[in-house]
Design a binder for this molecule. Structure first.
Ligand code: NAP
Length: 540
């Protein structure tokens, strides 16, 4: 697609997902000459790409929508407490239509490189198509989980059936009835798919490397009456999200794990297990995130709950993690996931025991067996958080490459700026307070802060902004300190920068990619920076 771009914009926003949509709304309201460049052929980001069966929110739907889009809040009926991909995409399309933002968006525009021009104080941007433009500011909304990663397995191209990563699930209907389907990977994505398709396919073979903790989503429909009540309570809902560490409706239990009796703990857990969403994780005792003994007791409880749902005790043990505790990292929420393994058409292959050797023309061969498949689904995750930055050749002052600066570990100030890269502003960048929270709530925080900064600069006549080295180093030290406090540091997953399919991110990796201090603390820091006159930034 040939982009119809001008030579210069005050701001280019990269990505037309949840972040990019809000950012262009704010810039449009300011009267800025700005454009969104989106790689896909449509808007929606995560909800545009991830069309696999079972893809849905793990945030309560009514906490996910934009708090500012009041015209839509007043009319939109979320059909389920945890709404599915088609509805989520329709929601975002409705917002864009309602606020007339699509004329500011250019699709099929994948940014390939951008270089800071110190003489003119602009970013020179080149698309994959070769089209170029310039912008005073570049604001990224390129997603935390937008770069899918495929496993390195011999014979990937030799399979004669259909094979794809979940991120590239075909947009046309795919009839899986009578099909022999393989799912490789049991992260949140694999777990959603398995729960959804188990009774809709011929055979389902799940290739699991490390098992994951799971908890029931407890999703259900939202009636007309309930939706009217939710609409009336939106202010209160968003206010609650502003006050909780995860920016969800769930408030942690602060009674103290060790001050209540074991019976009282079990009473709470029994209640939470039947609650919707992340209650079981985030309404729990805060000690489960920091105290190994407390976490072990709760993990034992969760392991028992998992055992109760799987008929074959040996199989149940294979599904229970032993290398990390429950809730060290974001918990996959599921519907009928564990029950899938009670079905005669579903097989679990433990690839720790019998590793995959090769993809063949007819299926997957492990060291023990050749499995025959019609469809292979790779639910093998993403090059998270920094991956979307790494795939753009971003050159700052003195042509320093961002990818190179962040090779071993990212380094930012509040996840929004990085020294040496003036006028590059990242919504939900590495080390922002976003990843562990309800994404859109954090995204609004980031976009609002960036927009206030731009307004401040315009009023003061500044054309460039950059973080000081000291401010960046202090923030990185604080981010690292939060990792040291949290049990999260002991897990292997995208929160610690681990991905066995990305070079340099495999075994032994420890990357400080997210800020784990919680949403209110992050918001407070951002508010302080602004109210103290942005003293940690240097302007030109
Ligand atoms: P993920 O959590 O990184 O899981 C990837 C899975 O693939 C893991 O089970 C991994 O095993 C496996 N895997 C990777 N390479 C493999 C290989 N070479 N051979 C065998 N197995 C391999 O990715 P994800 O499931 O896409 O989820 C990522 C994040 O997206 C989630 O944490 C969540 O935040 C978000 N998400 C949210 C929702 C929602 O409910 N709204 C749904 C989906 C995703 P190992 O663990 O052994 O590496």
């Amino acid at each position: 697609m040939d982009a119809d771009l001008k030579d210069f914009y005050q701001a280019v926003v990269i990505g037309a997902g949840v972040a990019g949509i809000y950012q262009i709304k704010r810039l449009t309201d300011l009267g800025w000459d700005a454009v969104v460049l989106e790689a896909g052929d449509g808007l929606g980001g995560t909800w545009y790409w991830n069309r696999y069966p079972g893809a849905r929110f793990d945030s309560e739907s009514y906490t996910y929508g934009y708090s500012w889009a009041t015209e839509v809040l007043d009319t939109w009926h979320w059909r389920e407490h945890f709404s599915g991909q088609p509805e989520n995409l329709r929601y975002l399309e409705t917002v864009v239509e309602t606020y007339d933002l699509s004329s500011r968006m250019r699709f099929g525009c994948r940014v390939q490189s951008m270089t800071w021009d110190d003489a003119d104080n602009v970013w020179s941007i080149t698309l994959e198509s070769g089209v170029t433009t310039t912008a005073r500011f570049v604001i990224t909304g390129i997603g935390l989980l937008s770069v899918p990663t495929m496993p390195k397995i011999d014979g990937l191209d030799s399979f004669s059936g259909r094979a794809f990563h979940t991120h590239h699930w075909p947009s046309e209907p795919l009839d899986l009835r009578e099909q022999r389907v393989a799912v490789v990977g049991t992260g949140a994505t694999g777990i959603q798919i398995i729960g959804e398709i188990q009774d809709k396919v011929g055979e389902l073979t799940v290739f699991q490397r490390r098992p994951n903790w799971v908890a029931p989503l407890n999703n259900d429909v939202i009636s007309e009456t309930e939706m009217i009540d939710i609409r009336r309570r939106y202010d209160e809902i968003f206010e609650t999200c502003r006050r909780t560490p995860g920016a969800f409706l769930h408030q942690p239990d602060r009674r103290g794990f060790w001050t209540v009796t074991p019976e009282e703990r079990i009473e709470l857990w029994d209640e939470l297990y039947d609650e919707r969403g992340f209650g079981i994780w985030l309404q729990n005792f805060v000690e489960i995130f920091i105290d190994e003994e407390a976490n072990r007791e709760f993990s034992d409880y969760m392991a028992n709950r998992m055992r109760q749902r799987v008929n074959d005790p040996k199989l149940a043990e294979k599904l229970i993690p032993t290398d990390h505790g429950f809730g060290y990292q974001r918990v996959p929420l599921e519907t009928n996931y564990l029950e899938a393994y009670n079905r005669p058409n579903v097989t679990l292959v433990d690839v720790m025991e019998t590793p995959i050797e090769q993809i063949t023309a007819s299926g997957i061969r492990t060291v023990a067996h050749q499995f025959e498949h019609d469809v292979i689904v790779f639910a093998t995750g993403f090059d998270a958080i920094t991956g979307a930055f790494d795939r753009i050749d971003i050159r700052g002052r003195d042509r320093q490459q961002l990818r190179q600066k962040w090779r071993d570990d990212p380094s930012t100030f509040v996840g929004i700026l990085s020294h040496g890269f003036p006028n590059l502003l990242m919504v939900a960048g590495p080390q922002s307070g976003n990843a562990s929270t309800n994404f859109p709530r954090g995204i609004e925080t980031g976009v609002d802060w960036i927009t206030d900064l731009l307004t401040h600069m315009a009023a003061a006549g500044h054309t460039t902004v950059e973080t000081t080295v000291d401010a960046e180093q202090n923030w990185v030290a604080h981010v690292k300190h939060m990792y040291e406090i949290m049990l999260l540091r002991k897990s292997k997953g995208w929160f610690t920068g681990y991905n066995s399919n990305v070079e340099g991110h495999g075994e032994g990796t420890m990357r400080h990619v997210v800020y784990n201090g919680g949403a209110p603390k992050y918001q407070k820091k951002l508010d302080e920076i602004a109210s103290e006159g942005y003293t940690e930034l240097s302007f030109g």
